[in-house]
Ligand binder design. Structure first.
Ligand SMILES: C[S@@+](CC[C@H](N)C(=O)[O-])C[C@H]1O[C@@H](n2cnc3c(N)ncnc32)[C@H](O)[C@@H]1O
Length: 248
């Protein structure tokens, strides 16, 4: 594969998780970020563990099709690996990560990867959507929206989540996370996230979900969401929830 000249946060997370699907430019960016902030591997392991617990909880409700936005690299405990019976469509906007994902999933008949801008679900190839998320709009599905909210302003995020609510069938579930203000004390690291990056106070998170109703677990630091054992002692950089689409 042609090496990218720009890093991507999705591939940096693969590096932090100990995966094999990233490039020197991603490792360099991850190293620079850690210089400015501090060690990141454990924080992203906690976020990936939340993905695992939330996806398993959604699958336990009988959901067997998942649509993943801002998917990054589809390995290291990603959705089709934890929901082993489900079909999964991963989407992202980063062309290099999409090609990488398509290569990783080339042998899979139940998981695929394609272009999809979360802010406009019309950008997803309908053939891929109906192949990997059968019954989209007619039967309950899982929508995975992790590591993405921080790159959307409040208005875009609220509109996007509302459009997903309208498009998904009643009973569908959303796994979502938000970035806290953890980076406020690390201005150099914050600057590396780019001008679009949004930190938010945790009190703002529930309202951003709009019509999606969080489960009784609420919107909590990801390590505290149905923890299995004692949560690792890491900064509360991410808050997460599983939220359900009602009948209206
Ligand atoms: C921080 S990574 C998260 C990766 C993975 N979801 C995880 O939690 O480990 C954010 C990803 O969102 C993608 N992205 C950014 N803006 C997007 C958009 N508007 N629609 C879809 N993906 C987007 C980036 O290319 C990147 O792969």
């Amino acid at each position: 594969m042609v090496e990218p000249d720009q890093p991507s946060t999705g591939r940096m997370i693969d590096f932090w998780l100990g995966g094999d699907h990233h490039f020197p430019v991603d490792v360099a960016a991850a190293g620079a970020f850690e210089q400015a902030y501090g060690p990141c591997a454990q924080i992203f392991r906690e976020l990936r563990a939340f993905l695992g617990r939330s996806v398993r909880a959604i699958a336990a409700r009988g959901v067997d099709g998942f649509l993943v936005f801002g998917a990054g690299v589809p390995t290291m405990g990603n959705v089709h690996e934890v929901a082993a019976e489900a079909t999964v469509l991963y989407t992202d906007v980063d062309p290099v990560t999409i090609r990488l994902g398509q290569r990783i999933l080339a042998g899979s008949d139940r998981a695929g990867y394609g272009y999809g801008d979360a802010t406009d679900i019309g950008t997803i190839d309908p053939a891929q959507l109906h192949r990997f998320v059968p019954g989209w709009g007619r039967r309950p599905v899982g929508v995975v929206f992790l590591g993405l909210a921080a790159f959307l302003d409040d208005e875009t995020l609220a509109r996007t989540l509302d459009e997903l609510y309208a498009a998904a069938a009643p009973g569908s579930c959303l796994a979502v996370d938000f970035d806290s203000e953890e980076l406020a004390g690390h201005p150099e690291a914050l600057a590396m996230m780019g001008p679009a990056f949004r930190m938010r106070p945790p009190a703002d998170f529930p309202a951003l979900l709009g019509r999606w109703t969080p489960t009784e677990d609420g919107v909590v630091a990801v390590g505290d969401w149905r923890p299995e054992g004692r949560p690792a002692s890491v900064p509360d950089a991410f808050y997460g929830a599983v939220a359900v689409r009602g009948d209206h």
